[in-house]
Design a protein around this ligand. Structure first.
Ligand SMILES: [Zn+2]
Length: 87
């Protein structure tokens, strides 16, 4: 997995500072405008806008992206992780 350092930006849902991105599929390219990501703090689906600024997806984008099993699996995995009690 390759991680890319990005300028600090706030999640449009929870305000968490997001400054890195990585993929689960081995793709080593950095994110581009229009790519989707998931905030690891709140588990929300976000989109890289101009300048790689994070924005909320449209309802249509959310519907279309969640139709991909890989996206649904990542959202579920992050949600499950967030609900796991910490020791
Ligand atoms: Zn968030």
């Amino acid at each position: 997995m390759t991680a890319h350092r990005l300028p600090d930006d706030a999640c449009p849902f929870c305000g968490h500072v997001c400054n890195a991105a990585s993929t689960l599929d081995g793709d080593t390219a950095p994110p581009e405008e229009g790519d989707a990501s998931v905030c690891l703090e709140c588990g929300s689906l976000v989109i890289y806008g101009p300048g790689l600024r994070l924005r909320r997806p449209t309802r249509r984008q959310t519907r279309e992206l969640c139709a991909y099993p890989e996206v649904a699996a990542v959202l579920k995995a992050v949600g499950d992780f967030k609900r796991t009690p910490r020791v």
